[in-house]
Design a protein around this ligand. Structure first.
Ligand code: PEP
Ligand code: MG
Length: 746
């Protein structure tokens, strides 16, 4: 018969505190914990499994299993019952483990003797660090009290500062946060920087997981919650003049901050002996686990609010973390798990580099980092956990690597690299006023991409001949509601003035796909990159597009205006968009606004279909800009945001280059000016090959203009074409190897 039991969590926690107060290293402490738990819960076995890396769990301490299995037995996350606890981040409680789905027999541990199993995840802020397991011989269904007690012990284990030594890769028992660390990620922006870590969301260090006196803890919690409520009220008052959405968010915050349920759950955890901080973290872990399971985006947002509120509360309780408005130190390299464009902009241009655990090359944070020309590395796995504020850090945006707490030899080599880059910059500055004319006399137009007012000074410093692409999404993305026409017109007018007569191609709003406006939300789409986006939204939501077109016209105030429509897949879309513009122009004139002295209307070629549009499209279109980022993803059917497939297909692949050649030839036939404004235009070798394929205009981020111009001015186009043609004839898939070899010889 199943035995019912229930352990007193409070007593267990008190004994745990005494154990942790004893001297001893990490291993001894884990051993003591397993002894204590198995004794208190009257189970034959208690084991601690910790994650060695993303995939693997290792038995790190046990009472009851064979001691020789410790640090030997490993399993994959998801494998066996223990692996399943880690994967699902939720407990498994079974009377008959061998008969339970997913059970894996591990003979080296001797666990075949045990029938019942209760496993709970050891997690900190939603991240599973390991699994805590008890097992017993008798069939026994563990009671809710047991589960709760084991979860509480797991919380305390998760806070043990020695834990990092077990979860590091290969260097167990070395103190974490001290050793040098190399992160291999991906490059989102070239360049090199040396500086000190500034954590966007600093890890809060909790030194007192178990409290001495619940009353004292409750008082601390209550004081912090009072302060939190005041802060939220202040925020709410400050948002009185803001838009409705922002106010709604703040109201939701206030509701949570005053929620009795939330506060009583926190107090209940304190009652059993947890400190106020750990009680908050325990709630936060539960919220995060719920968040990952909730399919409804609205509800997920609300849970996110609650999570954010817990973060604020933790900062108040511990006095740690960044307060908004803090000054950014001089040599700060921002390190974050991920960051949105608005948050990044708050730091301002003082940031010297950016390193993210997630992120993507096409995200808006990346576009901003590019505009600021700071080196940026993405996919630096676990760096936000490993780095501490103020740690020395080297960011190598060319290689996509980061050195944290580097050795001196690496610092020396890195400084040499920075000096070389600075010398190259001087070389580029010297040719700033020169044109990009090849050795055999072909001149290529080099323009820059922009999206913020802050980009415009680069027109002068880079020597760009105009703005080939002005992305207009950022002003829409950085706010909670639709911007006003007058605000947009003011901004565009400032762009006109800053450009001092140089041409600017304003692109109409390109939202959808990865750029989602909270106030203009589409239905959930299975394939947003191929969904309702860009011109498709513009033509369906005519009011928004009309408003933006009016803003362009008013900003131009009689000056020549260049507009381009994004993501045109077929002639009809261009014709309809142009007809809308004509109508708006007509109305503006009727209303007495100054009409631009000249209007040029272009299309972005971002889907292969447009290259095969009817001749009349090429006749009607004043200019074409190849959006290579999108064009490439649709040409190869490879998501530009998906690191796994993105790199598989080289831009210098014969198929893609030949396609570019055909587009250039077709535009030439109709004398339609064509340029390339995707990120590849800013890479010297790619730029050279595009030019060899017939393109005569390129638009890129400002920092690339020097290197591309330098490359073109040293190139004989005729020769380059011969090399590419020979490589194409050879049957190689990409011409890169041949071109790189030729450049080296040269
Ligand atoms: C492109 O697709 O190449 C492009 C320039 O547009 P965006 O990157 O903004 O989609
Ligand atoms: Mg695009």
């Amino acid at each position: 018969m199943a035995k019912k039991s229930g352990v007193n969590s409070r007593t267990l926690l008190q004994r745990l505190r005494d154990t942790l107060a004893e001297d001893g290293d990490g291993q001894e402490r884990l051993d003591h914990i397993t002894q204590l738990v198995s004794e208190s819960m009257e189970t034959e076995v208690c084991s601690i499994y910790l994650r060695r890396d993303r995939q693997t769990l290792e038995l790190c301490a046990t009472e009851g299993l064979k001691p020789e299995a410790v640090h030997q037995t490993r399993m994959r996350v998801g494998e066996g019952l223990v692996g399943r606890v880690a994967k699902q981040a939720s407990p498994i409680n079974t009377e008959n483990a061998p008969q339970t789905k997913g059970f894996r027999y591990m003979p080296e541990t001797g666990e075949e003797l045990f029938s019942s199993l209760l496993g709970v995840p050891i997690q900190r802020l939603g991240e599973v660090l390991g699994v805590l397991v008890v097992q017993s011989k008798d069939p026994r269904k563990f009671a809710d009290d047991d589960i709760y007690a084991l979860e509480v012990v797991a919380m305390v284990i998760a806070e043990m500062k020695e834990l990092g030594a077990f979860t590091g890769e290969g260097e167990a028992m070395t103190a974490p946060h001290q050793r040098a660390h190399l992160f291999k990620g991906g490059s989102a922006q070239e360049g090199a920087a040396i500086g000190a870590v500034l954590l966007h969301d600093p890890k809060i260090i909790i030194t007192n997981p178990i409290a001495d006196d619940p009353d004292v803890e409750k008082k601390r919690l209550s004081a912090a919650i009072d302060q939190l409520r005041l802060n939220v009220d202040d925020l709410l008052n400050a948002s009185r003049n803001a838009d409705k959405e922002q106010q709604e968010v703040m109201e939701a915050y206030r509701m949570f901050a005053n929620s009795r349920g939330w506060v009583s759950r926190l107090e209940a955890s304190i009652d059993i002996g947890l400190s106020a901080e750990v009680a908050v973290e325990k709630e936060q872990s539960a919220t995060r686990a719920r968040m990952s399971r909730v399919p409804d985006p609205y509800l997920r947002e609300r849970l996110h609010d609650l999570d954010d509120l817990s973060n604020r509360l933790l900062r108040l309780l511990t006095g740690q973390g960044r307060a908004t408005g803090d000054k950014v130190p001089d040599n700060a390299i921002l390190v974050a798990s991920n960051i949105g464009p608005a948050e990044l902009l708050e730091y301002g241009k003082n940031i010297k580099g950016l390193v993210l655990e997630n992120g993507s090359v096409g995200s808006h944070a990346t576009i901003i980092a590019r505009a600021w020309a700071i080196p940026m590395v993405i996919h630096a796995e676990n760096i936000a956990r490993e780095a501490l504020n103020g740690d020395e850090i080297l960011v190598d945006g060319d290689q996509g690597i980061v050195h944290l707490r580097p050795d001196e030899s690496i610092v020396g080599a890195f400084k040499d690299k920075i000096a070389m880059l600075a010398a190259a910059q001087q070389k580029y500055a010297a040719i700033r006023a020169e044109r990009a004319t090849t050795l055999d006399g072909t001149t290529i137009g080099l323009q820059m991409n922009a999206g913020l007012m802050a980009d415009l000074p680069s027109l002068e410093s880079s020597g760009a001949e105009g703005v080939g692409l002005f992305r207009t999404e950022l002003q829409f993305l950085l706010r909670n509601s639709m911007p006003k026409r007058s605000d947009l017109a003011d901004l565009y007018a400032r762009v006109f003035s800053a450009a001092k007569g140089l041409p600017v191609n304003f692109r109409t709003l390109d939202i959808g796909s990865d750029k989602v406006l909270p106030y203009l939300r589409a239905e959930d789409e299975p394939n947003p990159a191929m969904g309702w986006r860009a011109i498709r939204v513009g033509l369906d939501k005519k009011g928004v597009m009309r408003m933006q077109l009016q803003a362009f016209i008013r900003a131009a105030s009689g000056r020549p205006l260049r507009i381009m429509f994004p993501f045109i897949a077929q002639f009809d879309e261009f014709r309809d968009a142009k007809a809308m513009l004509d109508k708006v122009l007509h109305n503006e004139e009727r209303l007495g606004h100054a009409i631009p002295s000249d209007v040029k209307v272009g299309a972005m070629l971002e889907t292969p279909s447009l290259a095969f549009a009817p001749d009349q499209f090429f006749e009607m279109c004043d200019f074409i800009s190849i959006g290579g980022n999108d064009l490439k993803q649709f040409f190869y059917a490879a998501d530009r945001e998906n690191e796994r497939v993105r790199r598989r297909y080289d831009t210098l692949n014969v198929s893609f280059l030949t396609f570019i050649e055909q587009i250039a030839a077709r535009c030439d036939l109709f004398e339609t000016p064509v340029s390339f404004c995707g990120e590849d235009a800013g890479r010297p070798i790619e730029a050279l090959c595009f030019v060899a394929m017939g393109l005569r205009n390129l638009s890129m981020r400002p920092a690339s203009i020097g290197p591309v111009k330098h490359m073109l001015r040293k190139t004989n186009l005729e020769e380059a074409r011969d090399v590419i043609n020979a490589a194409r004839a050879s049957g190689e898939q990409s011409v890169r190897r041949a071109v790189v070899e030729w450049l080296k010889e040269r």
